[in-house]
Every structure is written in C-alpha cells, then in structure tokens.
Design a protein around this ligand. Structure first.
Ligand code: UD2
Length: 302
C-alpha cells in the first residue's frame, strides 16, 4: 500500500531526518521533534514540524492518529546517560512508545520502531540473529527491548501493524560529533582537525557499521511490506571491520596528519558485533547498498 501521510518522531535528528528526506519525495510528512538534539536545519523543506516533547501525550496521540505510518525515532540515545539517570531515560524511551502504540491501536496507523542491537547485550555468538538471547547491559538497551516487545504484542493482541528494526552501528551525514556520538563521526572530526585518532583498547573489537541511507531503505520496506507486520529485523550489513582498521581507513581516505593512538579500553565494551540479516533479506528484500569502505568514502568526502 502506498504511504500518503507519514509522521517521523525525531525527524529533525540524525536518522529521522534522512527518513524525512526520502518521504518528502512521495508523501505528506510531519516531523515531531522537541528540537533539543535535533535541528530544524536538518528537516527537508516541505515537511511540517510539530515542536513538542514526547511527554505531550495529547499532541502525540493526535499526530499519530492523523497519519498512515509513524516512524518512531525520537529517543534519549545516550547509553551513558541512561546508566546515569535511568528514570529519565525510561520516561523518554518507554512510556511515549507505548502511547504511540496505543494511539495506533485506535486508528489505522502503522508503526515502524527504531530498535537497537543494544537489546542483545554481550553477544553469545555472531552473527547475531533475531533469536539471539537478550541480556541488555544498560537501561537504554532494556528500554529498547521492552518497546520492541510491545510492538510485537500490540500486533498479536490488537492487530496493530508494527515492525521493530534493530539497528547495528549507524553512521552518515548529520551524525553529531562529541562524547556521546558514534566512533566514525568522532574519528572523522579528529582527522579533520589533525588531532590524534583515539582507539580505545587494542582496537581489535569489531562492529557492523551501516550507512544511514541503508537504514532509510529498511524503513521504507518495513512501512510497505506485508511480511514486515508483527516482526522484528536486524539491520546491519552482515559485515564487520575492527576499530583499528576503521582508524586506518579514515587516515587513508582523509589523508590526515593525525596519528592513531591507543587509549584505555571502554569499560564493558562489546568485543564483537555482527548482524545476521538473513531475515530482512528474505522477508523484505533488504540489501545494503554500501559496504563499509564505500560508505566511509562517501561520508568522508562530504
Ligand atoms: C552502539 C550504539 C549504542 C548502542 C550500542 C549497543 C552508536 C553511536 N552507539 O554503541 O547506542 O546501541 O551500540 O551495543 O551507534 N571507540 C574508540 N574510540 C572512540 C570512540 C569509540 O575506539 O573515540 C570504540 C569503542 O570503544 C567501541 C567502538 O569504538 O569499541 C564503537 O563505539 P561506539 O560508541 O561508536 O558504538 P557502540 O558499539 O559502543
């Protein structure tokens, strides 16, 4: 079914704004964002913006009920902050997700939820499939896991059309630098100004980095495919790179004078992460377009 109207919560943020870019070409888009970490500059012209917090249940409910599909990307995204202040993280990441599902239950709205690989905790094996044990190691991971389960439950109990997309490590334009951001944007900023590139630990840890354009593709498939309904999907490339290789690639591609230095390992760091994307491939026809090398080259050339 074609999408006529879409609501993107967090539509002024990193991932949400790319979804908005894609949607404005074909349908009416409304962004729901409190503009604290997101910025109006990220929002494509043509999209309406509701500037409101997720705790504004009335506005949120109305916005959800007036749309065909809601892409729920507004969140408290910092794992560290969730560890420091679990109750406020919970209030942002959990209750509003339930309110969105509840609003969708009373209308014909479809819900695509931004879940996370954080729900799995320390991998017991890789690649990680959707049935992998879930032992989140942060309130953030537990909040994402609970909302992900609520999506499935709202489908099973009430027939709401829901899909949870479990993102691995996402990178691309508009990802913010700084302490709470992803390693790729941190290394990029260091390379740009000639600062040392700070590899935490031995750099042998691996990640499955996925370009934001491929995340957009997964969202479009989830919003339109029958096979997506009531399901959850790992979204990565299925490939990995070590953090050391990442640092070297960024050095190469940017031609920076920055040195690679090793600093203390991060406490509780995950050693290996890799998505098994068989389910998304087979059910949705999802096929990542960017290898890590191509994606990095594209991102760094900006
Ligand atoms: C990602 C998600 C997080 C959560 C988690 C679940 C991002 C930005 N974060 O955390 O939200 O879903 O996965 O597992 O996608 N590193 C360095 N130097 C630096 C910064 C980082 O070596 O300056 C290393 C870090 O120690 C880690 C790796 O890079 O081994 C990736 O770190 P990250 O913060 O980008 O992402 P991750 O996987 O910890």
């Amino acid at each position: 079914e074609p999408i006529n109207t879409a609501l993107v919560t967090g539509g002024a943020g990193f991932i949400g704004s790319h979804i908005v870019d894609q949607l404005t070409a074909t349908c009416d888009v409304t962004v729901y964002d409190n503009l604290t970490s997101g910025a109006k500059d990220n929002v494509a012209t043509g999209a309406d913006v509701i500037e409101a917090g997720l705790n504004n249940t009335e506005r949120l409910t109305t916005a959800v009920q007036n749309t065909d599909v809601v892409f729920h990307h507004a969140a408290q995204v910092s794992v560290t902050q969730s560890v420091e202040a679990p109750t406020s993280s919970h209030a942002v990441n959990l209750d509003p997700s339930l309110e969105i599902l509840e609003a969708a239950r009373n209308s014909d709205t479809r819900v695509v939820f931004a879940s996370s690989a954080a729900i799995y905790g320390h991998p017991e094996y890789t690649p990680i499939d959707e049935g992998h044990p879930k032992q989140p190691t942060s309130p953030y991971g537990l909040e994402k896991l609970t909302a992900d389960h609520y999506c499935r439950l709202y489908h099973d109990l009430y027939g709401v059309e829901t899909t949870a997309l479990r993102y691995f490590n996402v990178y691309g334009p508009r990802q913010q630098g700084g302490d709470y951001s992803g390693v790729i944007s941190i290394f990029r900023d260091q390379a740009r100004v000639g600062d040392d590139i700070t590899v935490e630990g031995d750099g042998e840890q691996t990640r499955d980095f996925i370009h934001v354009d491929d995340i957009v593709q997964a969202n479009m498939l989830a919003a339109t495919s029958d096979a997506a309904v009531g399901e959850s999907f790992n979204i990565g490339t299925g490939d990995t790179i070590t953090i050391r290789e990442l640092a070297e690639t960024i050095q190469d591609v940017t031609g920076t004078d920055s040195d690679i230095v090793h600093v203390d390992p991060r406490e509780g760091d995950i050693k290996r992460s890799r998505a098994d994307i068989t389910k998304a491939r087979e059910a949705l026809g999802f096929e990542p377009k960017y290898s890590i090398k191509d994606g990095l080259t594209e991102y760094l050339s900006e």
